[in-house]
Each structure stands twice: as C-alpha cells, then as structure tokens.
Design a protein around this ligand. Structure first.
Ligand code: NZQ
Ligand code: ZN
Length: 386
C-alpha cells in the first residue's frame, strides 16, 4: 500500500428520525443558517416542513433551485447571501449537487474574488464556513468527502475541486429520505457508487488487500440492494445499505493506499458539461465499454478477481472468458436497473466526441489512469457507447 492521509471527521447521524438532532448540531456553529436545496423535492416529501419546525429558534436564509450538475451562477448567489446575512453554517438538503454547490459557497464566503477561481484552483480555497448536510440521494459520497463538482455552462466546463475543509462537519443520513427518489435516480446513484469503487479497484498496484475487500463488499451491496430498492422503493434495509455504500465508497476509505488518476469520471464529466447528462447515467454507459477497451493481458487478472469475488463466477482456465462474463454482467445489471445504455438514446451524436475527448484527457490527466488513455482512445470508447 502507498502512503496516505485519511482524516474523516464528519459526525454521522445515521438512521430513522435522526433529523431530531439538527438543532443541537447547528447550535455548535451558530444561529444564522443558509438552507440550500434543489428544485423542490424536499418540499414534496415533507423534509422542508420538518426542518422549518425544528429550526424555529434559528435565523434561516434560503437558497433554492440548485440544479442537477450545479452551476457556478447558483454558487455566486449563495456566496452573496452568506456575506450579506453573515451566515454561520451552510445546510444543504439534497443530493450531491446541492451539497457540492454548498461546499463552494462555504469557501466563497471567505473569498474576495469570483468563486469560479476556487473551482479552477483548489489552492485558492482558504477558510470555509462549516457545512452540515442532510442527504436525500445515495450516490456521490459528498456527505463525507472533500470534493465538489461545479459546472460553468457558458464555458462548457464541469470541473472538480477539493479541500479538506469542504468535508462536512456533520451529516444526517436517514434512509427513509430515499423512498421518494425517482427510479432513474436510484439507478443512476447506484451506478455512481459502483463507479467510485471501480475507479479505485482497477489499478496497477496489487497489494491493497483491505481496500480491495472493502471495494468488493460495497459492489456486492449495490448489486443486491440496488435491485431491491428499485422493486420496493420503501425497503428500509435496501435504502440503508445503499446510503451507507454511498458514504463509504468515496470518503477516502476504498481509495486509501491505491491512488491513480480516474478513468470514467473525467470522461463522464465532459458528457455532463456538453449535454447536461445525469452523472450516474453517463457512468453506467461508459463503464462496461471502458472495461472492454482496457481488458488485456496486463489487466485481466484484476477482472478475474472482480468476476470471482463480486459476481461469484466459478474459476476458469480461460481468464478472458471469465473477465468478459463479468463485464457482461455489469452491463446487464445497469440495463436491468432501467438505465438507457447508449449515447444515442440520450440524443448524443458524434459531433462533439473530439472536443470532449480532448478535454477529458486534459482535465482528468487520463495519461496517468490505470490504463493510460489518450484522445484517440477516448474517442474509441465514445464510439463503443453509440
Ligand atoms: O433538485 P431536487 O428537486 O431536490 O431533485 C433532485 C434532482 O432532480 C432529485 N432528488 C434528490 N433527492 C431526492 C430527489 N427526488 C426525490 N426524492 C429525493 N429524496 O434527484 C435529482 C438529482 O440530484 P443530484 O443532487 O443532482 O444527484 P447526485 O446526488 O447524483 O449528484 C450529482 C452531482 O454530484 C457530482 C456529479 O458530477 C453531479 O454534478 N459528483 C460529486 C462528487 C463528490 N462531491 O464527491 C463525486 C461524484 O463522482 C460526482 O462527480
Ligand atoms: Zn461519481
């Protein structure tokens, strides 16, 4: 295992009714709260009313309308509100988009220039307002990690930034809040969790036993409980396992000691930047094609490990047959979850493959990925997704 720093300080409140702890948690930071949320799901499912009831003694300022693939324009609005209302703590209630938007708002509150600077250059992130999250979508791991991904629509840019101070101080994870998710968001979220694991699991270093076993456990949980949650949206055990899988897949635990540049994520971020694609849908389309593209004598052993430990396929002399079977199962799983599995189904043709491939390689450092990818490789992968 390589050297790593793992600093996980988020105070997690997991389970039914944990929102009751919200006043006590926020009191640690102050009374002036910026409540951040998206397009209204929290009003429809009652979480908004619960919060208003619990926070009667607080001074709440609201920022609503955070977009899926959150935009810098919304971050700017939030920063202004923080400065104007002298906000003490930022409270995102929603999925990764709302939480990511809040992270850059929290950093922007102490920054004098345009918050887009903080996305372009994480070294410019200084002091950050405390962040407390209420998660409503199991996917990104943003509830316990240092990352934020922000889009600039005018520039067709979707970029990640990070700071240890972006790690939420506390997160409330109530699996019942996932019951109202549209099926496609449950499916896309599950694909995203799996992709976070794949990005770390497929790597050149082979001596990370503990991260590998964590990874396989999370993948098995997604395969088992993703299906159950889709069949029965209010299955508590399924939602609870998916929620914890989301948090554990990208809080540094699986990646510890086995770093390398990621592969599908930088490619997907270009699809989102140019076509506003749902992150998990883009990943589900790309992942099996990327797997087939990189399968070789050098990588096949990892795929065999994946086949045997995650899909429990019987050992075989023919390593490539086993690897391909596991990749087919991965693709079928996403298909059975109801995810459209081609770019064509999303209305994406080949007109921007070139520019998206170029930017993915540049922004994602794809030459440093598990299997190094250049622009032509990425174009070939896009073509496989048509
Ligand atoms: O906006 P509302 O009305 O709340 O509706 C949302 C949104 O339309 C809806 N939703 C969320 N919870 C719901 C619900 N609808 C009903 N019931 C609920 N309980 O779901 C839609 C999607 O929400 P969003 O927050 O966009 O989804 P997700 O959590 O998948 O976040 C995606 C964003 O996170 C970034 C992605 O690139 C994308 O921008 N990522 C962030 C990462 C991180 N911070 O570490 C890593 C990831 O790899 C990813 O890049
Ligand atoms: Zn992701």
């Amino acid at each position: 295992m390589n050297n790593f720093r793992f600093h996980a300080y988020t105070d997690i409140f997991f389970g039914k009714g944990q929102i009751q702890n919200l006043p006590e948690i926020l009191n640690r930071f102050g009374k002036r709260v910026l409540l951040v949320y998206g397009g209204g799901s929290i009003k429809r499912n009652g979480i908004y009313d619960q919060i208003q009831e619990l926070l009667k003694g607080f001074e709440i300022t609201e920022l609503s309308g955070v977009e899926p693939n959150p935009r810098i324009t919304t971050v700017r609005k939030g920063v202004e509100l923080c400065k104007e209302k002298k906000i003490d703590v930022v409270l995102p209630v929603g999925g990764g988009s709302t939480i990511d938007c809040s992270k850059v708002i929290a950093g922007g509150a102490y920054y004098d220039g345009d918050p887009w600077d903080l996305v372009l250059d994480s070294k410019k992130i200084g002091k950050v307002l405390p962040i407390v999250t209420i998660l409503t979508l199991a996917a990104t791991g943003s509830e316990m990690n240092k990352n934020a991904v922000i889009s600039n629509v005018e520039l067709n840019e979707k970029l990640g930034t990070s700071s240890l101070d972006f790690i939420p101080q506390a997160s409330i994870l109530d699996p019942e809040y996932l019951y109202t998710l549209p099926a496609i968001q449950t499916a896309a979220g599950t694909a995203d969790i799996m992709s976070h694991v794949f990005e770390n699991y497929f790597k050149t270093m082979t001596s990370a036993f503990i991260p590998d076993r964590f990874a396989e456990g999370i993948l098995e949980a997604c395969i088992k409980y993703g299906k159950i949650a889709l069949e029965k949206p209010d299955d508590y055990e399924a939602r609870a396992n998916l929620m914890w899988a989301s948090t554990m897949a990208l809080n540094g635990l699986v990646g510890a000691g086995n770093g390398a540049a990621w592969s599908c994520h930088p490619i997907e971020h270009e699809l989102s930047a140019f076509y506003d694609v749902t992150h998990g849908v883009g990943l589900a389309i790309l992942t099996p094609r990327w797997m087939r593209y990189i399968l070789s004598e050098n990588t096949v052993d990892r795929f065999v490990m994946y086949a045997e430990n995650v899909w429990h396929l019987p050992a075989s002399e023919d390593k490539f047959a086993l690897a391909n079977q596991a990749i087919d199962l991965t693709e079928n799983f996403f298909k059975e979850c109801g995810i459209p599995m081609t770019l064509t189904e999303l209305g994406i043709d080949d007109s921007k493959f070139d520019i998206m491939a170029e930017k993915a390689v540049k922004n994602g450092g794809l030459h440093r990925a598990y299997v190094s990818l250049d622009k032509e490789d990425v174009i070939k992968i896009f073509k496989m997704c048509q």
